[in-house]
Design a protein. Structure first.
Length: 482
């Protein structure tokens, strides 16, 4: 495998060149117009038939070629948007700035500054490469690029079923080159709201206390990895301090689909900084013991802070602590045969808006009834503490099909070409495949892709040799598939 010394070297490889073009275009969820227009213009320049709908979804058509003209059509699908997470304190504007991509040995990443957008920019780049390549053999291709996958799935939800030409599809949104995803969880977003009361402050030493340095990650794929949740850990700290403090403000996490890496509270107290820091140091040592695998990066600290705001009432502080303690979070059920998470919840965001505490979470489960059960648990907490709930962004699960011919063919070809076993799995995350199946119940669909890690976090990284290997093998698959 070639060693690449610069970004310009990478641009000599077709699929990497396409991915690097995408890193130059801002593409947060709900703001995909720029990248959608770019791809539309790109398709037109390549003399490809293209359509764009009101959600900025795209369909691009390419005839079969090189002995693939009469084969059954194949749908290739990926989403254009990306999760936008950045390192605390790093000055970056996801609406305008290009991703600060760098080469790190065999990896492409941002050096921990921001998410890379390999999820799902790699899928888009791979499909672009197929569409523009005039030499490879492939069946008729329907390329579908969707929007808002990383939030409410409204792109694929509103996709015209007329765009689904044929009865087989490949979603290129997986992150391991040696596996096939053959099913995935459904889910929904939930916002829990609790109105709070404030009172005149009685304590006046003001500090910002923070729990940080956790690994975070994808709220579906990484939920079973024991990385901790900064919001829950902060609530534990507040419980230790409850009799010594007033709470002025609290915030943690930035997105319900990402496991919270950092959380902070603004407190007032009669404790001086030394006494407070001794308590924080003791709690930090607890966390280092509990999360020994990455204890060297976890921190709990304080800093002097000025905030002219009344204190949250002691009764409501107690409510906040107890609600977070009771709130369902993490893994609930695992499939006993496939050993994959089939029911979970991520407490992803906590903040105060206009004297209302907002807790935002993402429920995931393979069955609709499991999603409803977790929602009912949260509803009970809301009833006890007189809060309210808003549910949104529901998306369907994708049931495993034991008779998939597409999966069988892909597995045989990739195992032969790569000389290694290809695992078949069901994903703990949510994929657009469930919606595609709703639009065409006869669809035979799989999800695949090259290696990339750290999804939904600034540690996101894509493996260069895997990207090249995957694409070269995918071309063989396109040539040989019936």
């Amino acid at each position: 495998m070639n060693k690449f010394n610069s970004i310009d070297d990478l641009k000599e490889v077709q699929v990497l060149r396409n991915f690097l073009m995408l890193t130059e275009i801002p593409r947060p969820s709900f703001k995909e117009k720029k990248v959608s227009d770019f791809l539309k213009n790109w398709a037109e320049k390549n003399n490809l038939e293209v359509k764009q709908d009101g959600k900025y979804n795209l369909v691009i058509m390419k005839d079969g070629q090189k002995s693939g003209e009469k084969k059954e059509p194949l749908i290739l699908q990926a989403h254009m948007d990306m999760v936008c997470q950045k390192k605390d304190g790093f000055d970056f504007d996801f609406d305008n700035d290009p991703i600060p991509v760098q080469i790190d040995g065999d990896e492409l990443n941002t050096g921990g500054k921001t998410t890379l957008g390999a999820d799902n920019g790699l899928g888009v780049a791979i499909i672009m490469s197929v569409l523009e390549d005039k030499e490879i053999s492939h069946p008729p291709i329907t390329a579908i690029f969707t929007t808002v996958e990383e939030d409410d799935f409204s792109g694929v939800k509103n996709l015209s079923k007329d765009w689904l030409i044929g009865n087989r599809a490949i979603n290129i949104d997986n992150s391991k080159d040696n596996e096939i995803i053959a099913g995935s969880n459904g889910g929904m977003g939930v916002t829990f709201s609790l109105d709070i009361n404030r009172r005149e402050r009685k304590l006046f030493n003001t500090f910002k206390i923070k729990v940080g340095g956790l690994l975070g990650g994808h709220s579906g794929e990484d939920i079973e990895k024991g990385r901790g949740n900064a919001i829950i850990l902060l609530s534990r700290l507040l419980e230790k301090l409850e009799d010594e403090i007033e709470l002025l403000d609290i915030e943690g996490g930035t997105f319900r689909l990402a496991i919270p890496r950092e959380a902070y509270a603004i407190i007032s107290t009669n404790l001086d900084k030394n006494k407070l820091d001794n308590i924080l140091k003791e709690f930090e040592e607890e966390l280092h013991f509990e999360y020994s695998a990455f204890s060297d990066i976890i921190y709990v600290n304080s800093e002097d802070f000025k905030l002219d705001k009344e204190a949250i009432s002691p009764e409501d502080l107690n409510k906040i602590i107890n609600i977070i303690k009771l709130y369902p979070n993490g893994i609930f059920e695992v499939d006993p045969i496939k050993h994959v998470v089939i029911s979970s919840n991520n407490l992803g965001e906590l903040r105060i808006e206009n004297n209302t505490v907002k807790i935002v979470n993402e429920i995931r489960a393979i069955e609709k009834t499991q999603v409803e059960y977790t929602l009912n648990k949260i509803s009970k907490i809301a009833n006890i503490y007189k809060g309210s709930l808003e549910g949104y962004a529901k998306y369907p699960g994708w049931r495993y099909d034991p008779e998939s011919k597409l999966r069988k063919g892909y597995k045989e070809i990739f195992e032969r070409e790569l000389g290694e076993k290809i695992e078949v799995k069901v994903s703990a995350a949510g994929l657009e495949s469930g919606y595609l199946l709703e639009k065409n119940p006869n669809l035979d669909i799989i999800s695949v892709g090259p290696n990339h890690t750290g999804l939904h976090s600034p540690s996101e990284s894509a493996n260069i040799p895997s990207i090249i290997k995957f694409y070269e093998t995918f071309k063989v698959f396109l040539r040989e598939i019936d």
